[in-house]
Design a protein around this ligand. Structure first.
Ligand SMILES: Nc1ncnc2c1ncn2[C@@H]1O[C@H](COP(=O)(O)OP(=O)(O)OP(=O)(O)O)[C@@H](O)[C@H]1O
Ligand SMILES: [Mg+2]
Length: 366
């Protein structure tokens, strides 16, 4: 029998297939699947429309684009849009990230190396140190940098004038951005989860680029079960192709990703019909089984399932809330009637802490 685990790089855990975060083995493929122009960027219509106008206007004035901030869960296209902005402006991009820019000197070196109009992309911008952030303010506002040279009695400030550049910042943790930094962006965009028809288009485009045989039903099955996230859709497409090629029980499908093949593969990867993965299920079942549905504070959930509270808040919850499985209010998190129905549980039967009932339909990936 085909051992799919042996075919997958070792560092990937089973649930890595549906982790929305970027993982290193995907680097090259992600690169090849990035749409290079706004025209090819699917979904996020409002953001795309506005960017088109701002880019056109800036080009007409012969000025760099104003600083742009992208926020939103991982894998929705923040980095992709940053690269597209540089392409559309006909300029190049220098890429860095908050944790890398740990000293003001690093930032100064980078800023002084920027060409007129160039894009500086800072990923995980919420992780800049306060000292570096302080430096960035005047650079963003007046394209000016005050550098202190030497120490003690010889210390003096030198003012450098920078080329005008566009800062594109990205963060999955918008709640951790300071107000002064946020205020210095001319344009702020929050990316949202994609609907299934849009993801369908993305899967079809990726299958053309990667030369994967997938029919419309197969592509739709993947689109519906990708947590609204292009990165996951692209990854699941590749895993489905592996199953189509190498799982002997699917030989009859001739290597094509049909809806049957996709369903088989996604079940094996523990992605259920609604696209919920292991972590989503753990969160919801913890609320349902242990707390009669809630409300429960995020820290208690985090401790119970072994995940960082911030990650739960900004990566997992938004999708569960958007899909109607979870409510977030001042008292905590609550599982909705839809969550109960999804796991074949009835709210009346849940007795709260210590309820020994097993999650019905959990094994089958209800
Ligand atoms: N609108 C889109 N159309 C087509 N492909 C997309 C779109 N958005 C994202 N992708 C694909 O999804 C992958 C992940 O996108 P990207 O790296 O831009 O996400 P991100 O928001 O920067 O994630 P992170 O927060 O982890 O940095 C890319 O390889 C890209 O090909
Ligand atoms: Mg990114």
């Amino acid at each position: 029998m085909f051992n799919w685990q042996a075919e997958i790089p070792l560092i990937m855990r089973k649930s890595d297939h549906t982790r929305p975060e970027h993982i290193a083995p995907d680097d090259d493929i992600e690169q090849s699947l990035r749409p290079p122009r706004l025209e090819q960027f699917a979904g996020q219509e409002k953001i795309v429309q506005n960017l088109k106008i701002f880019i056109q206007a800036a080009k007409q004035r012969g000025e760099p684009l104003e600083h742009v901030l992208f926020t939103g869960p991982p894998g929705l296209g923040k980095t992709t849009l940053a690269l597209i902005i540089a392409n559309e402006m006909g300029t190049s991009v220098k890429m860095t990230s908050g944790p890398v820019l740990d000293r003001p000197n690093n930032l100064a070196g980078l800023l002084t190396s920027l060409q007129e109009g160039e894009v500086l992309f800072i990923d995980e911008i919420h992780r800049l140190t306060p000292a570096v952030e302080e430096y960035l303010y005047s650079a963003m506002e007046d394209f000016r940098l005050d550098i202190v040279i030497d120490q003690g009695p010889n210390a003096r400030t030198v003012q450098l004038t920078l080329n005008r550049f566009t800062l594109v910042g990205a963060t999955t943790r918008s709640g951790l951005l300071t107000a002064p930094l946020r205020a210095r962006f001319g344009v702020t965009n929050r990316l949202d989860y994609y609907d299934a028809p849009t993801l369908f288009g993305i899967v079809k485009r990726s299958s053309d680029i990667l030369n994967v045989a997938v029919d419309d039903e197969g592509a739709m099955e993947i689109a519906k079960r990708s947590r609204g996230t292009p990165r996951i859709a692209n990854r699941l497409l590749r895993r489905c192709r592996d199953f189509a090629q190498a799982d002997r029980s699917l030989a009859a499908f001739g290597g094509k990703v049909t809806s049957e093949v996709a369903d088989h593969a996604l079940r094996a990867l523990e992605v259920d019909k609604a696209g919920l993965d292991e972590m989503d299920k753990r969160i919801l079942l913890y609320l349902i089984e242990r707390h009669g549905g809630g409300p429960v504070g995020v820290n208690a959930i985090a401790a119970a399932i072994g995940e960082d509270p911030g990650t739960i808040e900004e990566v997992y919850e938004p999708f569960l809330i958007q899909q109607g499985f979870l409510l977030r209010n001042l008292r905590g998190r609550e599982a909705t009637g839809m969550a109960y129905a999804h796991f074949g549980r009835s709210k009346a039967r849940a007795k709260g802490p210590g309820d020994p009932q097993l999650p019905l339909g959990f094994e089958e990936g209800a």
